[in-house]
Design a protein around this ligand. Structure first.
Ligand SMILES: [Zn+2]
Length: 130
């Protein structure tokens, strides 16, 4: 019986990018699983009707909110990875979506799903800060 594997259609650098993206997605999914089970634990405790002091309840709530927020942030990264994979397919991977410059490999190693070069990203961050 043949083992079914997905045949990588990429070579050389592209294959490296592809593997990095898959590894990053894998990592995020694992984190999401972890956060999801943690968040679930909180709601289970609520259902069991565990009575706690007011102070505990409020800290529990903020912890819960933080986990929800982390879940959605992880979700965003998955979307970014998905888009990066599409760009890789189209031969557009590693190009800054703003100025069209190549994003340096060093940056792609850290953030394989980066869409902006460092210059454009810091420009955006400055704009966000106002
Ligand atoms: Zn740029």
């Amino acid at each position: 019986m043949k083992k079914k594997t997905t045949v990588p259609k990429y070579e050389g650098k592209d294959l490296e990018y592809y593997n990095d993206l898959i590894a990053a997605a894998e990592k995020v999914r694992k984190q999401m699983d972890y956060h999801a089970s943690e968040a679930l634990d909180c709601s289970n405790a609520d259902k069991r009707g565990v009575t706690t002091h007011m102070a505990d309840v409020s800290s529990d709530n903020s912890r819960h909110e933080m986990q929800i927020r982390m879940l959605s942030e992880d979700g965003d990264v998955l979307t970014l990875i998905d888009e990066a994979l599409k760009r890789l397919e189209q031969g557009e991977y590693g190009k800054c979506q703003e100025c069209g410059e190549r994003i340096p490999d060093g940056r792609l190693k850290v953030r394989p799903y980066a869409i902006f070069c460092v210059k454009c990203k810091s420009k955006h961050e400055e704009m966000m800060r106002g």
